[in-house]
Design a protein around this ligand. Structure first.
Ligand SMILES: *Cc1c(COP(=O)(O)O)cnc(C)c1O
Length: 404
């Protein structure tokens, strides 16, 4: 199908929930995508921080194809060997113990909040309130949307779910202040992704860990975007040497196959029992095969180490670019390959378009921030290509180098 035919069918039959670029991709390899017209693109977005192993990795393709030829679905009424293997792999790269599989990030958040609420009934006299951060993003289902501290996403859908408070991100005093007798949990992202790669002050997660310990709260981390190697460690909380009680994981977990997981530590792994929570598809044979293959390949190919090294390399190259075009880039910030380029002027959309014209995919957040979250298997040459395309794009949008 051509792009024009595709667009006609969209107009007729797809709800208009997304603004889309004028391109459709049909195949890929590593960090390269090919569109309907046969053009090659450099992918520095990875399906929004999803395709950690790049596109069409042979280990993932064969794991999914082999499993699809044997069995796709049976339900959680029966044991699923792949689900057990996937959970064992996932808990081998963090200090948490038990997994509930769903199909998305929002579902991982829903499971985490339900777990915390039930724990509150059992151990905290019915405490049920969850504190989250302003500017956070936790997903679009009604409860995950309520957890999301951004009025613009919530406003069309009120009334929301009761029992949420919001505090400024990175502010531990505000968190201490907000905890009351009815509070059961604190839920934050280790780095805020959707609102522009906002990195909290050092010690923030450690302070939340201590606060949760002192006040008997469940510490829930949303590692949906930061997890699975993105920040140069398996999970972002490992940079501060803390362990959450509950963690939501998704995005790259199935290397592009839809899957999410709520992962819990110690006693928190035993809170939900038969009848409490379920998912028809969660942890099915196909998704679990993708998860197992993804995690094993990440380990065998040293991809987390690559993400750390390439994150440093990209940050250096982008910082040099900033130096070469004074007045263009206000700040480059990153943890591993979770990167933001904050521009001095509100030209992010124009720069994104100029990158598209060079067949480079990235993402704009608001008017000033470019988010760069490439596949974790990216190499030096591809980063060089991205940085030089960005340099050209900035010159094109701003006029001559140095002019403002
Ligand atoms: C993407 C994202 C989600 C939501 O995941 P979905 O799969 O779209 O439901 C939740 N939290 C964070 C931090 C995310 O980046």
């Amino acid at each position: 199908m051509t792009l024009d035919e595709t667009k006609q069918l969209y107009d007729a039959h797809i709800m208009r929930t997304y603004g889309r670029a004028e391109v459709a991709f049909v195949r890929g390899r590593g960090c390269i995508l090919e569109d309907t017209e046969g053009n090659e693109w450099l992918d520095c977005l990875a399906g929004i921080a999803v395709c950690g192993l790049g596109h069409a990795h042979p280990a993932i393709a064969s794991a999914i194809a082999e499993q699809a030829g044997k069995l796709i679905h049976t339900s959680n009424l029966y044991y699923i060997p792949n689900q057990a293997a996937a959970a064992a792999e996932l808990t081998s790269v963090c200090d948490l113990d038990k997994v509930f599989f769903g199909n998305s990030g929002a579902e991982a958040i829903e499971a985490s909040i339900k777990l915390a609420r039930k724990w509150g009934k059992q151990h905290r006299g019915g405490a049920y309130k969850v504190i989250t951060a302003l500017g956070s993003f936790h997903g679009r289902t009604l409860c995950a949307l309520t957890a999301t501290g951004q009025a613009k996403y919530q406003e069309p859908f009120t009334p929301l779910v009761p029992g949420f408070n919001y505090v400024p991100y990175g502010d531990i005093a505000a968190l201490e202040e907000a905890v009351d007798e009815e509070t059961v949990a604190i839920l934050v992202e280790p780095i805020q992704g959707e609102s522009g790669v906002r990195i909290p002050p050092a010690g923030y997660l450690r302070a939340i860990r201590d606060l949760c310990g002192q006040r008997g709260l469940v510490m829930i981390l949303d590692e949906v975007q930061t997890g699975l190697g993105r920040t140069g460690k398996w999970f972002a909380h490992q940079h501060e040497g803390v362990v959450p009680d509950v963690m939501a994981v998704s995005k790259s977990l199935g290397a592009g196959f839809p899957v999410g997981a709520c992962v819990a530590r110690g006693e928190f792994g035993d809170v939900l029992v038969p009848g409490d929570h379920a998912s028809t598809f969660g942890g099915g044979p196909l998704a679990a095969a993708a998860v197992t293959a993804f995690l094993r390949t990440m380990k065998s190919e040293g991809v987390v180490e690559n993400a750390a090294a390439m994150g440093d390399y990209a940050a250096d190259a982008l910082t040099r670019l900033a130096g070469s075009q004074p007045g263009a880039i206000k700040e480059v910030r990153n943890r591993g390959l979770m990167i933001a380029v904050e521009l001095c002027d509100p030209i992010a959309r124009g720069v994104l378009t100029a990158l598209y014209e060079r067949r480079v995919l990235s993402n704009a957040i608001g008017d000033t921030i470019l988010r760069v979250v490439p596949p974790l298997v990216i190499g030096r040459e591809e980063i060089d290509r991205f940085v030089s395309a960005l340099g050209e794009a900035l010159i094109e949008v701003r006029g001559t180098p140095g002019a403002s």
